[in-house]
Design a protein around this ligand. Structure first.
Ligand code: 15L
Length: 265
Protein backbone atom coordinates (compact mmCIF):
# COMPACT_ATOMS: atom_id res chain seq x y z
CA UNK A 1 0.00 0.00 0.00
CA UNK A 2 1.04 3.55 -0.53
CA UNK A 3 -0.73 5.05 2.45
CA UNK A 4 -2.30 3.24 5.43
CA UNK A 5 -4.42 5.07 8.00
CA UNK A 6 -4.35 3.90 11.61
CA UNK A 7 -6.98 5.59 13.76
CA UNK A 8 -6.67 5.85 17.53
CA UNK A 9 -2.91 5.55 17.16
CA UNK A 10 -1.92 7.07 20.49
CA UNK A 11 -3.27 4.38 22.81
CA UNK A 12 -4.09 0.72 23.25
CA UNK A 13 -4.19 -1.38 20.11
CA UNK A 14 -3.88 1.66 17.87
CA UNK A 15 -0.46 2.30 19.40
CA UNK A 16 0.46 -1.38 18.92
CA UNK A 17 -0.53 -1.10 15.25
CA UNK A 18 1.49 2.08 14.90
CA UNK A 19 4.69 0.34 15.96
CA UNK A 20 4.00 -3.06 14.39
CA UNK A 21 2.52 -2.17 10.96
CA UNK A 22 5.30 0.06 9.69
CA UNK A 23 6.11 -2.42 6.91
CA UNK A 24 2.60 -2.34 5.46
CA UNK A 25 2.77 0.93 3.51
CA UNK A 26 5.15 3.62 2.23
CA UNK A 27 3.40 6.15 4.44
CA UNK A 28 1.63 5.43 7.71
CA UNK A 29 -0.95 8.08 8.47
CA UNK A 30 -1.84 8.15 12.11
CA UNK A 31 -4.84 9.90 13.49
CA UNK A 32 -5.69 10.70 17.06
CA UNK A 33 -7.51 13.26 19.14
CA UNK A 34 -4.46 14.48 21.03
CA UNK A 35 -0.97 15.32 19.78
CA UNK A 36 1.31 12.29 19.38
CA UNK A 37 5.01 11.83 20.19
CA UNK A 38 7.68 12.65 17.61
CA UNK A 39 6.79 11.39 14.21
CA UNK A 40 8.97 8.94 12.24
CA UNK A 41 10.02 9.99 8.71
CA UNK A 42 7.44 7.75 7.02
CA UNK A 43 4.59 8.79 9.33
CA UNK A 44 2.12 11.62 8.92
CA UNK A 45 -0.25 12.81 11.61
CA UNK A 46 -3.82 14.00 11.23
CA UNK A 47 -5.32 15.23 14.46
CA UNK A 48 -9.07 15.31 14.87
CA UNK A 49 -12.13 13.87 16.48
CA UNK A 50 -14.03 10.99 14.89
CA UNK A 51 -17.29 12.80 15.53
CA UNK A 52 -16.14 15.68 13.30
CA UNK A 53 -16.96 14.70 9.74
CA UNK A 54 -14.57 17.17 8.12
CA UNK A 55 -11.70 15.97 10.30
CA UNK A 56 -12.51 12.37 9.36
CA UNK A 57 -12.47 13.26 5.66
CA UNK A 58 -8.98 14.71 6.17
CA UNK A 59 -7.92 11.46 7.84
CA UNK A 60 -9.27 9.19 5.10
CA UNK A 61 -8.53 11.15 1.90
CA UNK A 62 -5.67 9.54 -0.05
CA UNK A 63 -5.47 6.29 1.95
CA UNK A 64 -5.47 2.81 0.38
CA UNK A 65 -6.26 1.04 3.62
CA UNK A 66 -7.66 1.84 7.06
CA UNK A 67 -7.04 0.11 10.37
CA UNK A 68 -9.78 1.58 12.52
CA UNK A 69 -8.74 1.20 16.17
CA UNK A 70 -10.10 4.58 17.28
CA UNK A 71 -13.25 5.18 19.27
CA UNK A 72 -14.50 4.30 22.72
CA UNK A 73 -13.12 0.93 23.81
CA UNK A 74 -15.04 0.16 27.02
CA UNK A 75 -18.44 0.95 28.52
CA UNK A 76 -19.23 4.66 28.97
CA UNK A 77 -22.20 7.04 29.06
CA UNK A 78 -24.26 6.95 25.87
CA UNK A 79 -23.15 10.44 24.83
CA UNK A 80 -19.53 9.29 24.74
CA UNK A 81 -20.33 6.05 22.93
CA UNK A 82 -22.53 7.82 20.40
CA UNK A 83 -19.96 10.48 19.49
CA UNK A 84 -17.07 8.05 18.86
CA UNK A 85 -18.64 4.75 17.89
CA UNK A 86 -21.89 5.75 16.19
CA UNK A 87 -21.26 9.17 14.62
CA UNK A 88 -17.56 8.32 14.28
CA UNK A 89 -18.24 5.09 12.38
CA UNK A 90 -20.72 6.79 10.07
CA UNK A 91 -18.22 9.56 9.36
CA UNK A 92 -15.50 7.03 8.63
CA UNK A 93 -17.59 5.01 6.18
CA UNK A 94 -18.93 8.11 4.47
CA UNK A 95 -15.38 9.41 4.03
CA UNK A 96 -14.31 6.01 2.68
CA UNK A 97 -17.21 6.00 0.20
CA UNK A 98 -16.27 9.45 -1.09
CA UNK A 99 -12.51 8.96 -1.12
CA UNK A 100 -11.39 5.85 -2.99
CA UNK A 101 -13.21 3.11 -1.06
CA UNK A 102 -10.14 1.74 0.80
CA UNK A 103 -10.19 -1.66 2.45
CA UNK A 104 -11.05 -1.29 6.14
CA UNK A 105 -10.31 -3.24 9.29
CA UNK A 106 -12.86 -2.52 11.99
CA UNK A 107 -11.97 -3.30 15.59
CA UNK A 108 -15.24 -4.72 16.87
CA UNK A 109 -15.36 -6.61 20.14
CA UNK A 110 -16.46 -9.80 21.83
CA UNK A 111 -18.90 -7.55 23.68
CA UNK A 112 -21.09 -7.66 20.56
CA UNK A 113 -21.86 -11.25 21.61
CA UNK A 114 -21.08 -10.99 25.32
CA UNK A 115 -24.29 -12.58 26.60
CA UNK A 116 -23.52 -15.97 25.08
CA UNK A 117 -22.58 -18.41 27.81
CA UNK A 118 -19.02 -19.57 28.16
CA UNK A 119 -20.37 -23.11 27.71
CA UNK A 120 -21.47 -22.25 24.14
CA UNK A 121 -19.30 -22.42 21.03
CA UNK A 122 -20.37 -19.89 18.42
CA UNK A 123 -19.42 -18.74 14.96
CA UNK A 124 -20.03 -15.44 13.20
CA UNK A 125 -23.50 -16.43 11.97
CA UNK A 126 -25.15 -16.36 15.42
CA UNK A 127 -27.40 -13.40 16.30
CA UNK A 128 -25.57 -10.68 18.20
CA UNK A 129 -26.10 -10.45 21.98
CA UNK A 130 -24.40 -7.24 23.09
CA UNK A 131 -23.65 -6.94 26.79
CA UNK A 132 -23.35 -3.13 27.09
CA UNK A 133 -24.00 0.12 25.23
CA UNK A 134 -20.42 -0.29 24.07
CA UNK A 135 -21.33 -3.73 22.67
CA UNK A 136 -24.42 -2.27 20.99
CA UNK A 137 -22.24 0.35 19.30
CA UNK A 138 -20.00 -2.42 17.95
CA UNK A 139 -23.06 -4.20 16.54
CA UNK A 140 -23.98 -0.92 14.86
CA UNK A 141 -20.48 -0.70 13.38
CA UNK A 142 -20.72 -4.25 12.07
CA UNK A 143 -24.10 -3.50 10.44
CA UNK A 144 -22.75 -0.31 8.91
CA UNK A 145 -19.77 -2.20 7.45
CA UNK A 146 -22.14 -4.75 5.94
CA UNK A 147 -24.37 -2.07 4.41
CA UNK A 148 -21.43 -0.24 2.83
CA UNK A 149 -20.24 -3.55 1.39
CA UNK A 150 -23.62 -4.58 -0.01
CA UNK A 151 -24.42 -1.13 -1.39
CA UNK A 152 -21.01 0.16 -2.48
CA UNK A 153 -18.63 -2.81 -2.40
CA UNK A 154 -16.38 -1.37 0.30
CA UNK A 155 -14.58 -4.36 1.82
CA UNK A 156 -14.34 -4.40 5.60
CA UNK A 157 -12.98 -7.09 7.88
CA UNK A 158 -14.64 -6.89 11.26
CA UNK A 159 -12.54 -8.38 14.03
CA UNK A 160 -14.49 -9.24 17.16
CA UNK A 161 -11.45 -8.81 19.33
CA UNK A 162 -11.28 -10.91 22.47
CA UNK A 163 -8.68 -9.62 24.95
CA UNK A 164 -5.62 -8.32 23.15
CA UNK A 165 -3.05 -7.68 25.85
CA UNK A 166 0.53 -8.84 26.44
CA UNK A 167 -0.93 -11.66 28.55
CA UNK A 168 -4.30 -12.82 29.92
CA UNK A 169 -5.27 -10.93 33.08
CA UNK A 170 -7.82 -13.38 34.50
CA UNK A 171 -9.25 -16.85 33.88
CA UNK A 172 -11.83 -15.68 31.34
CA UNK A 173 -9.02 -14.32 29.22
CA UNK A 174 -7.53 -17.80 28.91
CA UNK A 175 -10.31 -18.19 26.33
CA UNK A 176 -10.44 -14.66 24.89
CA UNK A 177 -6.74 -13.83 24.76
CA UNK A 178 -5.29 -12.59 21.46
CA UNK A 179 -1.53 -12.15 21.36
CA UNK A 180 -0.11 -9.06 19.68
CA UNK A 181 1.75 -11.30 17.23
CA UNK A 182 -1.41 -13.15 16.18
CA UNK A 183 -3.27 -9.85 15.92
CA UNK A 184 -0.64 -8.39 13.60
CA UNK A 185 -0.53 -11.59 11.51
CA UNK A 186 -4.32 -11.31 11.10
CA UNK A 187 -4.07 -7.72 9.89
CA UNK A 188 -1.38 -8.72 7.39
CA UNK A 189 -3.56 -11.52 6.00
CA UNK A 190 -6.59 -9.24 5.71
CA UNK A 191 -4.67 -6.83 3.50
CA UNK A 192 -3.06 -9.64 1.51
CA UNK A 193 -6.09 -11.72 0.58
CA UNK A 194 -7.17 -10.83 -2.99
CA UNK A 195 -10.93 -10.85 -2.34
CA UNK A 196 -11.89 -10.01 1.19
CA UNK A 197 -15.64 -9.43 1.14
CA UNK A 198 -17.08 -8.42 4.48
CA UNK A 199 -16.15 -11.12 6.99
CA UNK A 200 -16.54 -11.18 10.76
CA UNK A 201 -13.55 -12.83 12.41
CA UNK A 202 -13.17 -13.69 16.08
CA UNK A 203 -9.89 -12.28 17.30
CA UNK A 204 -8.47 -14.89 19.66
CA UNK A 205 -5.23 -16.84 19.66
CA UNK A 206 -5.13 -20.65 19.36
CA UNK A 207 -6.27 -21.02 22.97
CA UNK A 208 -7.16 -24.46 24.24
CA UNK A 209 -10.26 -23.17 26.03
CA UNK A 210 -11.71 -21.45 22.95
CA UNK A 211 -15.40 -20.51 22.44
CA UNK A 212 -15.19 -19.19 18.91
CA UNK A 213 -15.21 -20.86 15.52
CA UNK A 214 -13.57 -19.07 12.59
CA UNK A 215 -14.09 -21.78 9.98
CA UNK A 216 -16.25 -19.48 7.83
CA UNK A 217 -13.28 -17.17 7.32
CA UNK A 218 -10.64 -19.84 6.69
CA UNK A 219 -10.12 -18.31 3.20
CA UNK A 220 -8.29 -15.41 4.83
CA UNK A 221 -5.51 -17.84 5.67
CA UNK A 222 -4.98 -16.69 9.26
CA UNK A 223 -3.68 -19.32 11.58
CA UNK A 224 -3.13 -18.03 15.10
CA UNK A 225 0.04 -19.48 16.55
CA UNK A 226 0.04 -18.52 20.20
CA UNK A 227 -1.87 -20.07 23.07
CA UNK A 228 -2.85 -18.78 26.50
CA UNK A 229 -2.01 -22.13 28.14
CA UNK A 230 1.51 -20.91 28.95
CA UNK A 231 -0.06 -18.44 31.42
CA UNK A 232 -2.51 -20.77 33.17
CA UNK A 233 -0.29 -21.91 35.98
CA UNK A 234 0.77 -18.40 36.93
CA UNK A 235 -2.85 -17.20 36.83
CA UNK A 236 -3.99 -20.08 39.06
CA UNK A 237 -1.30 -19.12 41.56
CA UNK A 238 -2.27 -15.45 41.44
CA UNK A 239 -6.06 -15.64 41.75
CA UNK A 240 -8.98 -17.95 42.38
CA UNK A 241 -11.25 -19.06 39.55
CA UNK A 242 -14.56 -17.19 40.14
CA UNK A 243 -17.56 -19.38 41.13
CA UNK A 244 -19.54 -20.96 38.27
CA UNK A 245 -22.51 -18.56 38.68
CA UNK A 246 -20.33 -15.43 38.67
CA UNK A 247 -20.68 -13.38 35.43
CA UNK A 248 -16.92 -13.72 34.98
CA UNK A 249 -17.36 -17.50 34.67
CA UNK A 250 -20.82 -17.56 33.11
CA UNK A 251 -20.80 -15.19 30.15
CA UNK A 252 -18.39 -14.70 27.29
CA UNK A 253 -18.43 -10.94 27.94
CA UNK A 254 -17.56 -11.45 31.62
CA UNK A 255 -18.05 -8.44 33.93
CA UNK A 256 -19.51 -6.29 31.14
CA UNK A 257 -22.73 -8.32 31.53
CA UNK A 258 -23.02 -7.32 35.20
CA UNK A 259 -22.47 -3.61 34.64
CA UNK A 260 -25.38 -1.15 34.61
CA UNK A 261 -25.92 1.89 32.41
CA UNK A 262 -23.33 4.62 32.96
CA UNK A 263 -25.32 7.83 33.09
CA UNK A 264 -23.69 11.12 32.15
CA UNK A 265 -23.11 13.40 35.16
C1 15L B 1 -12.86 -4.98 24.91
O1 15L B 1 -13.62 -4.76 23.98
C2 15L B 1 -12.08 -3.88 25.53
O2 15L B 1 -11.71 -2.91 24.60
C3 15L B 1 -10.87 -4.38 26.31
O3 15L B 1 -10.41 -3.34 27.15
C4 15L B 1 -11.20 -5.63 27.13
O4 15L B 1 -12.16 -5.30 28.10
C5 15L B 1 -11.76 -6.69 26.20
O5 15L B 1 -12.86 -6.22 25.47
C6 15L B 1 -12.17 -7.96 26.94
O6 15L B 1 -13.32 -8.38 26.82
O7 15L B 1 -11.34 -8.55 27.62
Amino acid sequence: MKRLLITGANRGLGAVCRTRLQHMADIIRISARKPLDPVQPHEEVVLGDLSDKHAVEDMVRGCDGIVHMGGQSVEAPWEVIRASNIDGMYNLFEAARKHGQPRIIFASSNHAIGYYKQSERIDASVPTRPDSLYGVSKVFGEALARMYYDKFGIETATIRIGSCFPEPQDHRMLSTWLSYDDFIRLIERIFMVPRLGCPIIYGASANQASWWDNQQTAYIGWQPQDSSEQFREALDAQMEVPPADDPRSLYQGGVFTADGIHEAE
